[in-house]
Design a protein around this ligand. Structure first.
Ligand code: MOS
Length: 743
């Protein structure tokens, strides 16, 4: 960590680090109650069609089985019943999937029954005895086939975007037209999705659920079961990674709730690793065509970016694959097109920089190809097309320090010392390559509530209904409060993960710190005001000039209010409260969203990668990574760095390894396990050097941060792919770039 600070330490350690590494942290599958039972799903063996019959006798009579629920005997859920007529009127791609409500099969491995038994093993065995017969319909799980013979989804989300002239690249002095493809990718967090359900009667339930959003989980469960929100309590103390897979309340969770209510006992359901591929979403496969035109001196004249991706036949999912191409560079003529094709697979969802990650792989690879076509350094090419205001909205940026990030990365990796010629750098049998790619991701701020209690002993308790899938939300919020009061982190308790707390934001979209940080900042500042108010007339502070002190006259340090103009005059928070006879100060803060009417806000990153490619075997090793990030002011350096390291791991993974394979004959996943679906492990990841510009954004929120949950992976795959091209002279336009494609 390069960061040094004079007075305020740049970071604190993770406040939940010790419970996590010692195992006392409780995840959603780790709650136990007397009389606990276990739910296991039985799944369809066909990809499309209808169930014509189900034989559940064997399962019902198996030892330890308490219930078998299928569409034939599932109790009606009020929320599903009341909307059934509306849903039937929608086009098929908008009907969604409500578990156990009909006999329609929408994808292979769709849950068709839940078995509840007294042990997990007995539930697994009984589920294996369920037999279904089907009327099979012809299915398609192949995107290429759908593009050839199918129809894309229609609607407002799919209108073409044109700025200036469409397809202007065709008339350019220098032009390229290329196509990139990316496979299905699956989140695969370490923690498998799980929930523990505890009904009190039929109308009140506590759910220990893996989720990135307590409030949506609460309201979607309440809606389905026709309950009041306050009768659904969702608890998520810890999340072991999610990457976007834990926003939805997925069918397996509703199935678990149905099963538990039926038997009237606490129930636990944990997916298997293979179910992680079919039950909780994945990144949609995409094929992208991109064409770039520029003048000989490297000024962009046209970008055309077209993406064809997939969605589920029963649920449209869209993401901003082509959006980055409208805003990353100053280019007068840009047109984009986005189409999604329904396939007979479970529904895709947001994953690791949704949309932008996919799009930036194409755009930033194509920019590299264009830089070679122009015989320009790729950084120089980007600088010649640097956008000083947002070319899409014509609004000024709230802040943009991408230029600074380029420079930091260039200096750190000694970019200019490489030989730009492809296949020119060698070490024995290894070809050496340098590559770069940049990323952009929207920064935003939503609304949030937080309650705060400041006690006479100088401790602060903050409570909000947020969950943390790993970035370290409790840690960064603690750091913010610690800096505002000048009290150590150990005196601050950040309580979260319970829907009974005031509703916090969801965790994701790179917005949690900006959103919740605003609420925490505001509530702490308001407590400071109250503290200052207590002592405004205290003679300790009086001078000839000052007879009443205002908060802005004070510094808040080491548990004391100190007069800025004469630091010998001070009073501790404890004394101030004691003198006033006040045991505690309690506040509830609701901080509003920032609609950003006059500005556009983005975080930026630039990734530099060095690879070694074995000239005979095609083995690729990433040997160095430098990511330079403009995410506004860095709230907590250590967790921020760790987050960007995580993005680099994901980036290496998606470029070199990750690939979901479907056997299209059956519409079933082939590599739905960790042996066959490869992800980067320690040996695949070199030292990742993270640099932050660390300049505050003055507009988005009072803490100056932007967001960094996703921007660390946006453009990363292009950096690796570009480095492989530089090493080998071979441009592979299909992820993952495995050895076989390089020999
Ligand atoms: Mo993220 S894809 O916002 O979890």
């Amino acid at each position: 960590m390069d960061k040094t600070s004079t007075t305020i330490p740049p970071f604190i350690d993770r406040v939940d680090g010790i419970p996590k590494v010692t195992g006392s942290a409780k995840f959603s599958a780790e709650y136990d109650f007397p009389g606990m039972v276990y739910g296991v799903l039985a799944e369809s063996t066909i990809a499309r069609g209808t169930i014509t019959g189900m034989d559940t006798k064997g399962a019902e009579n198996a030892p330890g089985v308490l219930a078998v629920v299928t569409h034939l005997n599932c109790p009606k859920l009020p929320g599903y019943e009341s909307t059934a007529a509306d849903i039937a009127k929608r086009p098929e791609v908008n009907r969604g999937f409500r578990v156990f409500t009909d006999n329609i099969i929408r994808f292979s491995n769709q849950p068709i029954a839940i078995v509840v038994a007294d042990t997990y093993e007995r539930a697994v065995y009984a589920a294996s005895l369920i037999k279904a017969t089907y009327k099979k319909d012809k299915h398609n799980t192949d995107l290429n086939e759908a593009i050839k013979t199918g129809k894309p989804v229609e609607g407002n989300n799919f209108k073409d975007y044109v700025r200036g002239e469409a397809d202007a690249w065709k008339n350019a002095e220098v032009k390229i037209e290329v196509e990139y493809s990316m496979p299905l990718e699956v989140h695969n967090p370490m923690e498998i999705h799980a929930l523990t359900v505890n009904w009190e009667g039929q109308d009140k339930v506590t759910v220990y659920e893996k989720t990135q959003t307590l409030s949506s989980t609460q309201s979607s469960i309440a809606r389905a079961f026709g309950l009041k929100n306050e009768n659904v309590r969702v608890i998520t103390q810890y999340v072991g990674g999610a990457f976007g897979s834990a926003f939805n309340t997925w069918p397996h969770s509703i199935a678990a709730l149905i099963g538990a209510r039926k038997v009237g006992k606490p129930l636990k359901l944990m997916l298997t690793r293979s179910e992680m591929f079919t039950m909780v979403g994945y990144r949609p496969q995409a094929i992208q065509k991109i064409a770039i035109g520029a003048s000989k001196n490297g000024k962009l004249t046209g970008i055309t970016h077209e993406a064809m991706a997939m969605t589920a036949s029963y649920q449209v999912f869209t993401e901003g694959i082509v959006n980055g191409s409208r805003s990353l560079y100053a280019c007068p003529n840009v047109n984009t097109r986005y189409k999604v094709y329904p396939l007979d697979l479970s529904q895709p969802t947001w994953m690791r920089g949704p949309g932008e990650t996919t799009g930036a792989y194409a755009l930033e690879s194509a920019m590299d190809e264009m830089a070679y076509a122009l015989n320009l350094d790729p950084i120089e090419f980007r600088l010649r097309n640097y956008a000083e205001t947002d070319p899409e909205s014509n609004k000024p940026y709230s802040s943009k320090f991408l230029k600074e990030a380029y420079q930091m990365g260039v200096d750190k990796i000694k970019w200019n010392e490489r030989n730009r010629e492809p296949r020119s750098m060698k070490e024995g049998d290894w070809l050496i390559g340098y590559g770069m790619g940049s990323g952009i991701f929207s920064a935003w701020r939503g609304d949030a509530k937080v309650s705060a209690k400041f006690l006479q002993d100088g401790t602060l308790v903050l409570q909000t209904g947020v969950t943390d899938m790993g970035p370290g939300t409790a840690t960064s919020m603690t750091k913010l409060a610690s800096d505002i009061f000048g009290i150590p982190a150990s005196q601050i308790k950040f309580e979260m993960g319970d829907s009974n707390y005031p509703p916090g934001p969801f965790q994701g979209g790179s917005g949690t710190t900006s959103t919740l940080g605003t609420a925490v900042h505001n509530v702490c500042m308001n407590i400071r005001k109250k503290l200052a108010d207590l002592i405004k007339d205290n003679p300790v502070f009086h001078t000839q000039l000052i007879h009443s002190v205002k908060p802005e006259d004070l510094v808040f340090e080491n548990g004391s209010m100190i007069l800025a103009s004469d630091r010998s005059k001070k009073i501790t928070y404890a004394d101030a409260m004691k003198n006033a006879g006040l045991p505690q100060i309690e506040l509830l803060e609701q901080s509003p969203a920032n609609p950003m009417a006059n500005h556009t806000a983005y975080s930026y990153a630039v990734h530099f990668v060095i690879v070694k490619v074995h000239s005979i075997t095609g083995v690729v090793k990433v040997t160095r990574v430098v990511s330079a990030v403009d995410a506004g002011k860095i709230v907590n350096y250590k967790t921020a760095e760790s987050q960007i390291i995580g993005s680099a791991v994901g980036g290496i993974s998606m470029t070199l390894m990750e690939e979901g394979v479907i056997d299209h004959r059956y519409g079933r996943w082939v590599n739905n396990n960790f042996a066959d679906y490869h992800v980067a492990v320690n040996a695949d990841v070199p030292k990742v050097e993270v640099l932050f510009v660390d300049k505050p954004d003055p507009i988005l929120n009072p803490i100056g941060s932007k967001g960094m949950g996703e921007v660390g992976i946006v453009g990363f795959a292009a950096a690796v792919a570009n480095a492989i091209f530089h090493a080998t002279g071979k441009r592979v336009r299909e992820l993952p770039i495995t050895a076989d494609k390089l020999i």
